[in-house]
Design a binder for this molecule. Structure first.
Ligand code: 2P0
Length: 330
């Protein structure tokens, strides 16, 4: 029986991945930098067998449509080729996210699938090779192979584009990220589609690529110096620049909602009151607030005046991918 199981945690980019140099290989235009979190993870088990006649994908116990299975099957085709294994697979995936989070993440999902395949087909991939493989499923998944701060080096080929952990000497343990969950509906424009439209049509896109290099250097220097404010300033500025590119796309779009702006205003007010905290957003209206662990309660209290308790969730730095024993491998 060829089966394997892995757990991967989601990551949030402080310096964003936004645009592909090569959509087929998922090579990005710029390096990105993330923090892996403990709050949300995906656990995936995969079973390959010569008896299966197609790939079947269950998410949280529900069999997914052929369309929803396509991304998984395309990834499995790569794995099958690499392992020289012709078998179809059954995949059971569970997203561990707080109720109403709307945070089902392709980063943790594809990283866990890559890990499960590595185990099932005894690929014996190094963490670097696993990161490369996960990248082919979803770009941001390559960063979820590692814990703490992680940089995705864009590279110039399949073999040279992968994530590497950044050693912050444990400083990340002093940090936290408070999520403001604004909408749990599926997004109108997926990140894949949004970044492609931006690359192809946004007047601001070339500037984004340049700015991202500078922001990355500022963020890395701040991590090495354990300088929270410098890191927060670089992160917030980078996120705003990413979202600015969408306004200059054709047709223009934005992931922001009125509630996103309310959350941003609260963050700015908190800063004026002497609590250092900074926001970032991804391809959706949720706002993520980077802060120091010691200020989590004060930030939650300030948000509670405008958002329901279940919309406010604190997460902390988390580990890299974990392989889980299965009934068969035990
Ligand atoms: C990031 N995002 O760095 C950026 C910021 C969204 C906004 O990575 O097409 O799901 O599968 O490579 O990885 C989301 O993009 O896209 C993402 P694909 P992915 O976290």
């Amino acid at each position: 029986m060829l089966n394997g199981k892995a757990r991967a945690y989601t990551n949030i980019a402080l310096i964003k991945y936004w645009g592909k140099e090569d959509p087929e290989l998922i090579l990005p235009k710029n390096n990105s930098l993330s923090l892996t979190l403990d709050g949300f993870f995906t656990e995936t088990e995969v079973l390959f067998s010569k008896n299966f006649t197609q790939d079947v994908f269950y998410l949280d116990g529900m069999e997914q449509s052929r369309n929803a299975t396509k991304k998984v099957s395309t990834f499995l085709d790569l794995v099958r080729k690499r392992a020289n294994c012709p078998f179809f697979a059954v995949i059971h995936s569970h997203n561990h996210v707080p109720t109403a989070a709307g945070l089902a993440s392709s980063a943790s999902g594809l990283a866990a699938l890559a890990g499960a395949c590595n185990q099932a087909l005894a690929l014996n991939l190094s963490p670097k090779e696993l990161s490369q493989l996960a990248r082919r499923g979803s770009g941001s998944a390559c960063r979820s192979i590692f814990g703490g701060f992680v940089e995705w080096e864009r590279g110039h080929s399949d073999a040279t584009s992968y994530a590497v952990p950044i050693d912050a000497q444990g400083w990340e343990k002093e940090l936290a990220m408070v999520f403001v969950l604004i909408n749990d509906q599926p997004k109108d424009i997926s990140s894949r589609e949004g970044m492609q439209r931006t690359v192809e049509t946004s007047a601001f896109y070339p500037q984004w690529v340049e700015e991202a290099q500078t922001d990355l250097q500022l963020a890395k220097a701040a991590i090495q110096a354990h300088d929270f404010q410098k890191l927060g300033i670089a992160m917030e500025a980078n996120g705003l620049k990413m979202h600015a590119t969408t306004l200059a796309a054709t047709p223009p779009f934005t992931y922001w909602s009125p509630d996103s702006l309310r959350a941003m205003t609260i963050v700015r007010t908190l800063r004026q009151e002497g609590i250092p905290c900074y926001f970032t957003m991804d391809a959706g209206p949720n706002v993520k607030i980077l802060c120091q662990k010691k200020n989590v309660q004060a930030i939650q209290a300030a948000l509670a005046a405008s958002f329901a308790e279940k919309q406010i969730i604190a997460a902390y730095p988390g580990p890299g991918i974990q392989f889980v024993e299965t009934e068969v491998t035990k």
